[in-house]
Design a protein around this ligand. Structure first.
Ligand code: VG1
Ligand code: CO
Length: 543
């Protein structure tokens, strides 16, 4: 088998964002683009000859083609074996699970997560290290640096590998093992949660609806929820992964998961609804006519963790990203465990989990997870909720209301403005930052500014520093506004405004978040000159 060295020239734009390199499919299809980035990964990670790699993706358009290219490049770069999900499928948490279980050198995950797919949609690629987690910034920066100086890549000439049958195949000197993408993951879930109790709950007439949004979780949810836990066939909707996600936007929020939302607000609504995203690492949890904010979900899981067998021994600590509400902090304080505040993106949780400092982690963006893998995990969160519901025997809404009554409610919302011109978004951020010197002490209605800063983080384990992670304006009463630009989009800029206020009074806990936060929303819009600078009257997505 001949290894070919292909001469190339660098692309200037291969800088990984919050979660890997995401671009339009057409960008990845342009000659040498994918190859260059993959070679930059291989050159950076310096895997010893004969190492094993995990490879899979969320099934979106171009997944199969990319897998064939990466396999041939892995063979040319001295890997001994690649574990690939059947059909090229591996959800992000399942990839993390497989990397850890088989102690591989690392893995490559093909996904643009919640971004739309199809020929005109998005594609993405990211590298995960041997702990199963997204490569830390030190490595992603090195990959980017390497991509800018690349002069050649290596690939073998060989026929494509059959991906649709499990089994072991030879590709040059390298072995390709096509594995069942669900089995290892499902086994891990059974080890963490009380499947017997959940089966009894479902057997007793409890009804659930899981929306896989035509993305990667379909096969996982069918196997676990319908087959192993006995939910009636059809409990999983949109369960067949499609290359274009059925034309939808596989983002489990109130806007894009509208089919599920309509079911859950309807008269015949089931007891429990959930959805996951393109690559299976996000989750949205709904009760009957009730939405669980992801920040609250993290806090509720932490408070009830002892009910799940995998967490009965207690939590070492919890971690949340900075824009996530402080609801989890209150639970941690009561449990007497530490709570860490990290920048946005799962890569910042890895060191804390590896060091045994935290067990549960979460983000406001529908991401929750634990040290069982090193990625956020959508179905894991769904099973955790089902475990809690089975043990407590209360409706979702009642669990949330009782939680707030005990801890107080961190009323929370995120407003996203998608597809803004980058110049306008950058100028808005600069304008905000320019006011920071004079804001502290100023009063706006009922709110007095206590502090403002641009969040930066020093990793407590390796001391690495990450700056420019979001503009924070904190008020004397503990409420706050955070402004951030997204690092996962592929078109223009997305501005995220995160709003949070604390409400101790249970009589007010039923209030609509947008109403409760109305005062802060006005302040956020005025301080940022939002309308003037973006021309937008209202957010694209409200969470
Ligand atoms: C978004 C979320 C962030 C999440 C990231 C990757 O990033 O805000 O919390 O970790 O997506 O999730 P950003 O930079 O667009 O705000 V996923 O499910 O897209 O891998
Ligand atoms: Co995702």
């Amino acid at each position: 088998m001949s290894i070919k060295t292909i001469v190339t020239t660098p692309f200037a734009d291969q800088k990984p964002g919050t979660s890997g390199l995401r671009k339009k499919v057409t960008a990845f299809q342009s000659p040498r683009y994918l190859e260059n980035f993959v070679q930059a990964i291989f050159d950076t990670i310096q895997a010893p000859s004969g190492s094993t790699l995990v490879l899979g993706g969320d099934g979106r358009y171009y997944n199969r083609e990319a897998i064939q290219i990466i396999l041939k490049m892995a063979a040319a770069n001295g890997f001994g074996k690649v574990l690939v999900g059947q059909g090229g499928i591996l959800s992000t948490p399942a990839a993390s699970c497989v990397i850890r279980k088989y102690a591989t050198f690392g893995g490559i995950i093909l996904s643009a997560s919640h971004n739309p797919g199809g020929p005109d949609g998005d594609f993405g690629i990211k590298y995960n290290t041997g702990n199963g987690g997204p490569a830390p910034e030190k490595i992603t920066e090195a990959i980017y640096a390497r991509s800018k100086e690349l002069t050649r890549y290596r690939v073998i000439e060989a026929p494509d590998v059959a991906l649709d049958q499990t089994g072991t195949y030879a590709l040059g000197e390298m072995k390709v093992e096509v594995i069942d993408p669900v089995a290892d993951y499902a086994e891990l879930m059974e080890s963490l949660f009380d499947f017997t109790a959940i089966r009894a709950l479902i057997g007793g007439g409890f009804r659930l609806c899981f929306d896989a949004m035509h993305a990667v979780t379909g096969p996982y949810a069918r196997e676990i929820l319908e087959k192993r836990l006995g939910a009636p066939t059809g409990s999983v909707i949109n369960g067949v992964p499609l290359p274009d996600f059925g034309g939808g936007h596989p983002d489990p929020n109130l806007t894009y998961a509208h089919q599920l939302v309509e079911i859950m607000v309807g008269a015949e609504a089931p007891d429990f609804g959930a959805a996951s995203d393109g690559d299976g690492d996000r989750n949205m949890i709904l009760g009957r006519q009730f939405f669980v904010n992801p920040s609250d979900s993290l806090a509720i899981l932490a408070a009830n963790a002892a009910l799940a067998p995998g967490y009965a021994a207690g939590l070492a600590g919890v971690a949340r990203s900075m824009p996530t509400s402080a609801a989890a902090d209150r639970v941690a304080a009561q449990l007497g465990i530490p709570c860490f505040e990290t920048p946005t993106g799962w890569k910042f949780f890895g060191n804390l989990m590896d060091a045994g400092k935290v067990t549960l982690c979460g983000e406001e963006s529908f991401g929750t997870g634990s040290s069982h893998v090193r990625e956020k995990d959508g179905l894991w969160a769904v099973l955790f909720w089902l475990n809690i519901l089975a043990k407590r025997g209360l409706p979702v809404e009642e669990i949330a209301l009782r939680h707030w009554a005990e801890y107080g409610r961190n009323v929370y919302s995120r407003h996203d403005y998608e597809g803004l011109p980058s110049d306008a978004a950058n100028a808005l951020m600069a304008h905000l930052k320019g006011q920071f010197a004079k804001l502290p002490g100023q009063r706006f209605g009922n709110y007095q500014v206590k502090f403002c800063d641009d969040f930066s983080y020093t990793d407590p384990i390796d001391g690495s520093v990450s700056t420019g992670q979001g503009l924070r304006i904190g008020f004397e009463d503990g409420s706050r506004i955070v402004f951030r630009l997204s690092g996962t989009g592929t078109e223009g800029a997305t501005l995220r405004i995160y709003l949070e206020a604390f409400e101790p009074d249970p009589a007010k806990h039923g209030q609509d978040a947008q109403q409760a936060l109305a005062g802060l929303i006005v302040i956020a819009n005025e301080l940022s000159e939002l309308k003037l600078r973006t021309g937008r009257e209202k957010p694209t997505v409200i969470t």
